[in-house]
Ligand binder design. Sequence first.
Ligand code: PLP
Length: 380
Amino acid sequence: MEIYLDNASTTEPFPEVIDAMMPYLSDEYGNPSTIYSIGRRTRKAIDEARDTVAGLLSVKSSEISFCSGATESICTLLIGAAFAAKEGRKKFVTSSIEHKAILKVAHWLMDYLDWEVTLIDPMPSGHINPKEFTEACSKGCGLASLQWVNNEIGTIQPIEEVGLKLKGMGIPFHTDVVQGIGKFPLDLGATGIAMASASSHKFYGPKGCGLSYIREGIDVRPLLVGGGQELERRAGTENVAGIVGTATALSVLARGQKAFVERLVELERIFFDTLNSSGIEYALNGGEPRVPGMMNIFFPGVESESLLLHADREGLCISAGSACASGSTEPSYVITALGGNRMRGLCSARVTFGWHNTNEDAITGAKTIGSIVAKLRGST
Ligand code: PLP
């Protein structure tokens, strides 16, 4: 039986999500753009899902559109906003520790639209200095993006401060909320954010679905054009089951928000208590504020690749940095950006708890890691 401690990579869908989706994978298969009743019913399901999501994020329904996931949302919003940027404002500001989806768009803007890109490095704690970020946006900036929560180390960025300042400066500001959803209440409307992207499978919803937030009045050119679906923002017949599953996942999370966060804090405490009693040397990457239950740990002298392979043999699923980076022996660019050396970037592993984990998972996970690290160091 596997112990799954890689919830930042993807999550097990809530049973309520599967139940809500099932009818739209079987009897309720109508195309939402048709006028007969089976199509009208799927249209209604999408409309209701949009209202639910908008209500939970404190924004208007017309500001939410569904797509295939965060990567699509990020590409669409950033490239679409760049095409709509004001004359003479061809500068994109973001951080050097963003997910690859953002960093690759930065390259795309340089390569294909001749934009200038400024990457802000984090402080050693893994946080971006809001003053440094907004100052970098003061001249010629046409677009900025900052992740809410880092996907490798869980640090929470000063989104409200940056968002409100950039709103005042008239700069469209996008945030990647992928790792933030469910970890704290998200009141997008109050933050000054112009655009946001999320993936449903990161918050106990289905894969292949995600959402975009575009504040009213923000100009984003659509990249997928055709049938005009999703408020003309993303053409193509909708993934009705995915959309319904997304709204259900968000509702379940919102209902249990406080208990969920308390649970993550508890699992993290149990994990570290157990790891400490194993006596092995380690250090946590990234400082506070950080989301609970997302720990990136440096084990000096133990390459994460070996640790992960041994863990897998014992049925423990953990990762080294982002999932997209696994399989590569390059050190984590996030850990090295914190000022860590190459060795720290190569010898750090990520453990992330989720809704389905038990206390036993935390204890066994920590014991397994402790004994593998000790074995790899040759101390047993
Ligand atoms: N942004 C962050 C912070 C992520 O963690 C991920 C996935 O790991 C993505 C974007 C991309 O999400 P997806 O692969 O679901 O499109």
